[in-house]
Design a protein around this ligand. Structure first.
Ligand code: PLP
Length: 219
């Protein structure tokens, strides 16, 4: 059995069935992705629009492609015809633009609001208050073609697991608020990566995004 397939099987064995595993395949080859596919993996995440477009064209049609990176509005067009979930909506302008382009394609695209939960300056996302504002507006008038189904966050990259646990707990509370504001829509909490997914699952993640633990360290 290939190393990648083996990693997928081991991860699945430890994750609760209710948690969706997104295999983060950015910078990885189509051959490597096919090894994961061979182990039954169907949900893959990419962080660059053109790379995602090219892999979608080259790989089997039953893969569900998630976009997890910072999305520039001028790149939406490359992924909108097929993307199944955008994790990284970090402005209302981006959400409006996804809605408009999805409408042109006759699609309804699921989206997550990215929330800034870490101590790091460089990560994109709404503050908690901004996120509440957006949710309040959506609860009154949701977009028809950009369906906000949950929240995504990245914890601080640190060995201090108490800090990480605190950040995830904070996002979980915001997720619970979001659910009570839009119960028909909100069901996805995307948090946890290779180094912190166990903590994220304990804190209530419904979706984890795992790259290096499946495919090996990034080159
Ligand atoms: C790269 C990336 C991941 C996966 O990171 P690993 O540490 O390799 O598991 C998860 N989420 C986002 C947003 C990423 O950019």
């Amino acid at each position: 059995m290939s190393r990648i397939a083996d990693n997928i099987r081991q991860l699945r064995a430890t994750l609760p069935e209710s948690v969706t595993l997104v295999a983060v395949s950015k910078f990885k080859s189509c051959d490597e992705i096919m090894e994961a596919y061979g182990a039954g993996q169907r949900v893959f995440g990419e962080s660059r629009a053109l790379e995602l477009r090219d892999k979608h064209a080259a790989l089997p049609n039953d893969i569900q492609w998630h976009f997890i990176g910072h999305l520039q509005t001028n790149k939406i067009k490359y992924i909108i015809p097929f993307v199944s979930l955008i994790h990284s909506i970090d402005s209302t302008k981006l959400l409006e633009e996804v809605d408009a382009q999805a409408r042109n394609h006759g699609r309804c695209v699921d989206c997550l609001l990215q929330v800034h939960i870490s101590q790091e300056e460089t990560k994109f996302g709404f503050t908690h208050d901004e996120c509440r504002d957006v949710l309040r507006k959506l609860a009154v008038s949701p977009f028809a073609n950009a369906n906000v189904v949950g929240l995504m966050g990245m914890a601080t990259n640190t060995d201090d697991m108490d800090m990480v646990r605190g950040e995830f707990a904070c996002l979980k509370r915001l997720f619970d608020e979001a659910r009570s504001m839009m119960p028909q829509h909100i069901s996805v909490l995307s948090m946890g990566m290779s180094e912190d997914y166990e903590t994220a699952v304990q804190a209530g993640a419904t979706m984890v995004r795992i790259g290096s633990k499946i495919f090996g360290a990034r080159g």
